[in-house]
Design a protein around this ligand. Sequence first.
Ligand code: ATP
Length: 229
Amino acid sequence: MDRSTAAIDVRGLNHWFGTGEARKQALFDIDLSIERGRLTVLLGASGSGKTTLLTLMGCLREVQDGSVRLLGQELAGAREELLVACRRRLGFIFQAHNLHDSLTAMQNVRMGLGVHGSAAADWREPCEHLLRLVGLGERLDYLPGNLSGGQKQRVAVARALVGNPEVVFADEPTAALDRDSGLQVVRMLKALGEARGTTTLMVTHDPRILDLADRIVTLEDGRLVGEGR
Ligand SMILES: Nc1ncnc2c1ncn2[C@@H]1O[C@H](COP(=O)(O)OP(=O)(O)OP(=O)(O)O)[C@@H](O)[C@H]1O
């Protein structure tokens, strides 16, 4: 793969937590290139470093040592303004879907447009479009408390995608869902990704998801150990 056109290119990445005697290395010399437009799954036992790697690639954690290029920008040593600009090009979906309980599905999705987008007069149209795509066209004005777990997670997917992100980071997006809703959410992410050329990186322990992945990358004790597919 041509490193310069990869969505994400990681070289010699190390990461530590804690200080002094408690200092512990969580990632060891990671090299990884992620092609655009694909669904890549990060697999590994609990504590193997998946979330640490995901948050480093997603501008949510400072790069300590090594290089992380995201959409052509070097994140190591980058200034906060650059990181903020990078984050605007990303979508995030987490296990705890973090919806606002007092906001409707539409208003929650609006949050995904960011300050500028959500101020636009026509914010309703893209939000409604996404909610229809994820099958919630009949639930636009529902509060999260009146939606099932799977439906809430689909609102979170709509919120992550409404700003047309170039890369979506998903950390165990199906953990709280039953088998069918989980598969549905990932199938939807994959289909939307293919339609829009979005790159998706997903951490999961969920073996059901693996069949849908274009690529599987495995971490063990902070090291990349293998590749599937
Ligand atoms: N904020 C932190 N402070 C100290 N150590 C941390 C911190 N976050 C993670 N670690 C440690 O770094 C290592 C990797 O953690 P990480 O959360 O990346 O693993 P993971 O593969 O995502 O695990 P899980 O599947 O359980 O979420 C673990 O040993 C963990 O204890």
